[in-house]
Design a protein around this ligand. Structure first.
Ligand SMILES: [Zn+2]
Length: 174
């Protein structure tokens, strides 16, 4: 397995829609495993392929509590079949927007259809943090970030800070 570099905003690669996976084969399984390893190391509870520069509809999540047994999910071509009316607000963060958080309201429960690592079609009923996390990751597949769900004023502040942080990190010109 390998640790993949995570792209941080602002970056046009985070705003592009990802392409469906034709089949979950060895190369997609390897991508899923690399993404999980990258996510655990970061550490984070979810990661979408566009965040590591791969424009494919693949996400990984693990919302197990710290200290509990890991509970990883690897999803290809995830599709939300049903959303609850009830909403849930979580203070969301993102590995592509490091150190920034904001309250985002989303459906509290969802039903998702996806292809698993064995190339089998599965359905998952998720609620609570897992539902939030899966919706956040599916957003990445559409080129949408959590800051796109908050006011443009707050989004502008966060993106300006990230741009500045990036400039400070960039090597000095020669
Ligand atoms: Zn994210």
């Amino acid at each position: 397995m390998a640790i993949l570099p995570i792209i941080t905003a602002p970056d046009p690669r985070l705003n592009r829609p990802a392409q469906p996976v034709a089949k979950v084969d060895a190369s997609i399984r390897r991508l899923m495993d690399d993404m999980l390893e990258t996510m655990y190391l970061a550490p984070g509870i979810g990661l979408a392929a566009p965040q590591v520069g791969v424009l494919k509809r693949v996400i990984v999540v693990d919302c197990a509590k710290t200290g509990d047994k890991p509970k990883p999910y690897k999803l290809a071509n995830p599709e939300i079949l049903w959303r609850s009316e009830e909403q849930l607000t979580n203070n969301e963060g993102c590995l592509s927007l490091p150190e920034h958080y904001a309250d985002v309201s989303r459906p509290a429960e969802i039903k998702v259809r996806y292809i698993d690592e064995q190339n089998e079609i599965r359905e998952l009923h998720a609620k609570g943090l897992l539902a939030t996390c899966i919706q956040h990751e599916i957003d990445h597949l559409e080129g949408v970030l959590f800051v796109d769900h908050i006011s443009s004023l707050k989004r502008g502040i966060i993106l300006r800070k990230l741009t500045k942080a990036k400039r400070l990190k960039a090597p000095a010109p020669v």
